[in-house]
Unconditional design. Structure first.
Length: 268
């Protein structure tokens, strides 16, 4: 009997440990915003959006003159929107409006991040754009980096996007966990982020961006996601690590995205 009790205690402690690892691995929210688009000389609107479960999320809307398309921007699992100014500037120079949000628990947004919660945040951001008189007739492009790629993909299963751009993202949370924590059985992973399953049914044009030098999310997981995706689709392989590819290979990313969006008649 003592052996059985000891085994039960060990199993319970292991499950608790796995839950702790999972909670620390998926979301790394940061509070204060240390910079805004004003640092780039870009006018912007502070926006507050209410989700279907009554959480208020914060974001910025940055307009570009005569833009016919709006990019809704979903960032990675760490930091907040104040850390994404370089990419905001990149998309602004392409002539896109940009709505970037902080998920619940990030930046000035209320609540606590969960997988189901951040999906609701994305839907609320899309619906907010469609309700604005100056945005409802415009094309909406989904862009997600890293974790944000999974969120953008989920949004594409629920709302009509013109196209989808996923940057340095992965096939599923289980696939990531197998690489980082190979000793953890997959059935214990509660967070799914199963983009590979979802993307099979998404038929809008898709652009995948990933670096062969990415040490956080191996390109093999980006390729796996691309391989199972339905067409039309494109893949751009870049240089640089997970968080600095847009710096080290800026021209390839800029021109690749620009050409992709021009092919869809979304920018000039």
């Amino acid at each position: 009997m003592k052996i059985i009790l000891h085994l039960i205690v060990i199993i319970v402690l292991f499950v608790v440990y796995v839950r702790y690892l999972e909670s620390k691995s998926v979301f790394y929210p940061a509070g204060p915003l240390f910079a805004t688009p004003a640092e780039l000389g870009l006018p912007f609107e502070d926006v507050t959006i209410q989700t279907e479960d009554n959480i208020k999320i914060h974001g910025w809307l940055i307009k570009a003159p005569s833009a016919g398309s709006t990019l809704v921007f979903f960032h990675g699992n760490a930091g907040n929107i104040g850390d994404r100014l370089e990419k905001i500037e990149l998309f602004n120079r392409m002539g896109l409006n940009i709505l970037i949000i902080d998920y619940r628990g990030y930046g000035k947004s209320d609540g606590h991040p969960t997988e189901s919660g951040v999906y609701k945040d994305a839907v609320a951001a899309y619906d907010y754009l469609r309700k604005r008189d100056d945005m409802k007739e415009k094309n909406i492009v989904g862009y997600g980096a890293s974790l944000g790629g999974a969120i953008a993909i989920d949004l594409a299963t629920k709302r009509a996007l013109s196209c989808l751009i996923v940057d340095s993202t992965f096939s599923s949370a289980v696939d990531i966990a197998k690489r980082i924590y190979p000793f953890v059985p997959s059935f214990l992973i509660r967070t799914k982020l199963d983009s590979a399953a979802k993307i099979k049914g998404i038929t809008i044009p898709k652009l995948f961006i990933h670096s062969a030098e990415d040490t956080v999310i191996p390109i093999a997981l980006g390729r796996k996601l691309y391989d199972v995706a339905s067409g039309p689709k494109e893949f751009i392989e870049i240089r640089g690590d997970h968080n600095d590819g847009h710096i080290f290979d800026q021209e390839r990313i800029r021109e690749g995205i620009r050409e992709f969006l021009r092919d869809q008649d979304l920018i000039k």
